[in-house]
Design a binder for this molecule. Structure first.
Ligand SMILES: NC(=O)c1ccc[n+]([C@@H]2O[C@H](COP(=O)([O-])OP(=O)(O)OC[C@H]3O[C@@H](n4cnc5c(N)ncnc54)[C@H](OP(=O)(O)O)[C@@H]3O)[C@@H](O)[C@H]2O)c1
Length: 256
């Protein structure tokens, strides 16, 4: 029997690349996103590899619960949970739609938290000892600072980082790996969907393949926080050295 990795947001970008890497490493896949067509395409690309497709909108308050029940109906257990689905919204907080910002919190924060809560008991019981099991949560370098004009997005990623680091400590000694992946700007649909294509943030992007590679290897090695790319790592370090008020000003400049 193969261990199973459930990956949210696998229909494109970083999640799509992570799905390929976990499949190559021998994990059976459960892939989740809204776009069933794209998920089915990924399944086809992976040929005979065992893949279960779950088309679900995680911005729906019952989205995470529905995913859990569908996994149980399929008789599957989850040994690795990759909470990657997420999106951003660019604009002044008061001008962005409240409904859309609540949807963003539902996907980036609530669904991630709920899925982790649902699947942890399975993971702890899972018998696979020679292959990593646990949780890989996708935050962002945005987690390290306040982000004017993407205020709720940055705050959601600060939650993901804090939550995941705390969980890692709670689960020390259980055999589970708990890691946070903090990508910098990556060439995916993220900026288009966030209405941030015209900002300076898109000037230096990494490929989703390179980000996923570093994320996957970091998780396999049991790293606490994985920041792909030398430039992103040095920027994350310098962010810690400057006052948060200055970091907020810099983030505001980058968003213009
Ligand atoms: N790209 C960057 O610069 C960057 C930087 C730092 C962190 N990140 C983080 O990396 C993660 C992946 O983003 P990406 O860059 O790969 O962007 P992407 O190409 O837009 O992929 C986002 C994924 O999330 C899924 N998703 C979005 N809303 C969803 C919903 N309501 N329900 C279920 N699935 C949903 C999308 O699938 P469907 O549309 O089919 O639902 C897609 O598979 C996100 O958490 C993002 O915040 C990205």
């Amino acid at each position: 029997m193969k261990p199973t990795a459930l990956i949210t947001g696998a229909s494109g970008g970083i999640g799509y690349e992570l799905a390929h890497l976990f499949a190559k490493a021998g994990y059976e896949l459960i892939i989740v996103a809204r776009s069933e067509i794209k998920l089915q395409q990924l399944k086809t690309e992976l040929n005979d590899h065992p893949v279960t497709v779950i088309a679900e909108d995680l911005s729906h308050p019952n989205g995470a619960e529905n995913v859990y029940h569908k996994v149980k109906e399929e008789g599957k257990t989850v040994e690795v949970l990759v909470n990657n689905a997420g999106f951003g919204l660019n604009g002044a907080f008061e001008e962005l739609s409240l409904k859309e910002q609540k949807n963003m919190l539902q996907v980036n924060v609530h669904a991630l938290t709920e899925l982790t809560h649902y699947f942890l008991p399975d993971m702890k019981k899972a018998p696979f000892l020679n292959i990593p099991k646990g949780v890989l949560n996708v935050a962002s370098v945005a987690a390290f600072q306040p982000g004017p004009r993407m205020a709720v997005y940055y705050a959601s990623k600060a939650y993901v980082l804090s939550f995941t680091e705390a969980l890692r400590e709670e689960l020390r000694g259980t055999g589970l790996t708990v890691s946070t992946l903090c990508p910098g700007a990556t060439d995916t649909n993220f900026f288009k969907n966030a209405n941030a294509e015209e900002t300076k943030l898109v000037k230096r992007t990494m490929t989703p393949k390179d980000v996923a590679n570093e994320g996957f290897l970091g998780f396999i090695k049991g790293k606490r926080v994985i920041i792909p790319g030398t430039l992103n790592r040095s920027m994350a370090v310098s962010t810690k050295l400057i006052p948060r008020s200055v970091a907020a000003k810099l983030a505001h400049y980058m968003d213009s």
